[in-house]
Each structure stands twice: as C-alpha cells, then as structure tokens.
Ligand binder design. Sequence first.
Ligand code: ADP
Length: 468
Amino acid sequence: MKLAISYVALSILPLVIFYVTVMAYIESHYLDEREEEMLQSAVVIVNNITRRGFENIAGLTDTPIDISPAMEDFSNDWDMRILVFNEGATVIVDTNIVAMVSVREGQTLIIPEVLYALEGNEIFRLRRETQMLYFAVPVPYADGERFGAVLLVSSAEEIFSSLAEIRSRIFRYSMIAGLAMIVLIIVISNQLIAPVRRMLKVVQKMALGQLNQRVPIKGGNEYAIWGKAFNSMSEKLEQVEKTREEFVSNVSHELKTPLSSMKVLSEAILLQEKLPEEVYREFLRDVVSEVDRMTNINNDLLALVKIDQREQGLNIQLTSINKLVEDILKRLTPLAEQLEIELQYENVRPVQIDADEIKLSLAISNIIENGIKYTPKGGTVKVVVDADHQFVFITVQDTGIGIPEDELDRIFNRFYRVDKTRDRETGGTGLGLSISYSTVVLHGGSIRVNSKLDEGSVFIVRIPIRRS
Ligand code: ADP
C-alpha cells in the first residue's frame, strides 16, 4: 500500500507541474497577442486624434471637432470600448452608448490606468475580476507638455473560455491517465509483493514447526536468490531436526539393549531357587559388564555434548603433540599386549600446536584404540607424528580388518558401527569416531581415512599448528 501511494504521489507531482506551466504559458501567449492587437488599434486612434489636433477635440479652441462618430466606427470594427480623456481625466468620448447617450461623457473618472497614461506612460492590464483588458496610452497636446489619454477596453472572456476549455481537457486526460496509472501501479506492486507474501506464509508455517517448507523459485531476480538461500536454510534446519531425532532414538536404542539383558539376567536369578553360588557370581558379572557398557555410552555422550558446546568450550594451550601421542600409547600398551598387537611409534619431528590437550588426546586415543580393537591377533598399529610449516599430521595405520569402501563416509556418524553384532563384542559404543571428528573439526582440522577390507586402515589427522 505504501509503495503504491508513494508511486501515485510521485507521478502526480510532475503532472501538476506540467499542468501549471502549460496553463501559464498559454494564458500569457493569448494576452501577448491581444496586447499587440490593442497596441495597433491605439496607435491608429492616437494618430487620428493628433492629426486633428487634441486641443480642437478637447474643445479648447474656437474650432472644436467631434470625433465621436469616428471613434464609434473604430469601436464597432474592433469590438472594443474606446474612451478619450482630456488632461484632467474628464471623459471627452465614450463609445459605450446606452439609449443614445454616451455613458461616461463629461464625467471625471479616476481610473489608475488612465492616470498613469496622463503622465505620459503606456499600460496594458488584465482585470481578472471583470475579465476585461485595459490598454491606456497617452495622447500629447500640441504644446507637447500635457497629455490626454485614450483607454481601450475589451473583453477577455474569449481568452478565459478558451483557457477553461483547455483546462477541462487537460483535466479529463489527466484523470484518465492517472486512473490508468493507479491501476497499473496496484498491479505492479502486487506482483512485486507477491513473492514476499508467499515467503511470509512459508516462514509462518516454519515458525509453527513445519520444517519441510520450501518457497517456489521463479526466474533469477533478488527474490529467487533470497528464496534459494531460504530453501537451503530450511533444508539444513530439517536435517538438524532429523539428526536430533535420530540421535535421541539411537541413544534410547543403545541403552535398551544393556537394560534388557540386565532384566533377563536378574529375572533368571529370581525365578530359579537355590542356585549354586558360582552361577550367581557368573550372572552378576554379566550384569556388571552391562552396567559398564551403559557407563561407557554415558561418558561418550557427555564428551560429545561438551564438544557440541562449540569453540568457546575449548581450553587452548600450547601442546606438544609428540608427548600427547606418547602418553596415549603408554596408556594403551596394556590393551595392545592383552590383544597381542604390536604398537609402533615414529616421531619424525617435534611439534607444538595450539590445542585443547584433554579433548584432542581423547580424539586421537579413540582412533588408536580402534586400530588396536579392529586388528586381529599378531597385527601391528603404527602411529607417525609429522609436520610441515602449517599443519601437524598424525597418521594411525593398522593391519586390521578394514572398512568396506561404501561405509567409509558413515563411520564418523554417531552410533554408526560397521558390523553391529561383532562390534558390540569389542565393547564399542559407535560414538568414538564422531567424538574424534567433532574435536578435530573444532580445532580447524580434518580426518582422512583410507581402508581396504582384510588388509587394514589408515587414519590421517591434520590439524593447523596455529589457530587463526
Ligand atoms: P566404536 O565405539 O564402535 O569403535 P567408533 O565410532 O570408534 O565406534 O567407530 C565406528 C565404527 O567404525 C566401528 O564400529 C568400526 O566398525 C569401524 N572402525 C573404526 N575404526 C576402525 C578400524 N581401524 N578398522 C576397522 N574398522 C574400524
């Protein structure tokens, strides 16, 4: 509405300016024309009078001349009222005759134009109130010192009626053009606003929680660009919502399994009477191992949530990566010995980076521990720490079972495990790699993985040495 009103206002303004200037121009044109005509008539009359001698006409000599008939002829020819004044502003001739008598003859009239002419000046004036044109010219006496005056009065009605006709035409056309413009402006502003309205509807629906909304995209204008950005935002929102739902359902699923085994084990003990102590112990050991599993899941979930609290949560310090890896390897040595895996370590160069030591240590530890867990007896896990001037590279290579190629991009997903039944035996929660991934990304780094089934896998962690 605001748009339409401002358009209308803006387009009416030039129309009004156009109208006012054109009318003023036409009026002055008509008046100039009439002034010229009246001037010519005045010249003829003044010549006529001076030729006869104004003193004679004013009755100041012994040979007075009556010029009334001549003036009446002129008056009829030119359709003007002619008045002749002597130097004292007394009317000598008035061609306006009512009932055979010249109306103003013998009267002294105080007419500004005439007084002005008596001083020797010429004047043309339009009297708007009566729509009359006055043209007054001085007429010199023979002595050249005094002036009489001739006043021509003519009607400007014609001019005014022509102007009124033009005005009404312009007004009619402007009204038609103005109406057409308003209709056009309303149509155009509607078209301009329509996409915004559509988007508004979509946004309102999204605000109510219907995240599967998309705006239709037409053409390549700003609205289309906006729409595309909006659609990709709503896709992301939907994705986030889906991931969240999946996550919650995964968590409850993961917790259900240990809970139901605990229930089965406990019921078995309850239902059987007088079992040998050894069997009780056996069952309770199983219950404890399920509780451990739930504790692991819980710890991993807590670690993930902490990483999700974004960068502000990072406690960045100058950290020696070599020492960090050596400490992890020391901690994992008992596990490796238990599973009969050889741990190798190659320290190519010492490197210190900006990192959150505790979080990064957990991230790298997860990857090395996976190498140990997913490598059969007698295999090796080799860890290499290297760096260039920008990045540190931590490579973890195992001779393990490998990961099928089509599953490679999913192993970083939460709760994702390649082989659900087998991986459960290793005690994994499926959260380890997603913790590693989020942590490394939070440090501005990346993880690349190469793997071949039954031959082994390589994880290469790359982290920038300095935080930008
Ligand atoms: P988990 O706790 O089950 O180990 P992770 O998130 O650490 O969960 O790993 C996800 C899955 O990726 C594992 O369940 C396993 O199937 C596969 N995986 C991870 N690392 C390796 C590896 N070095 N060799 C073979 N498979 C691996």
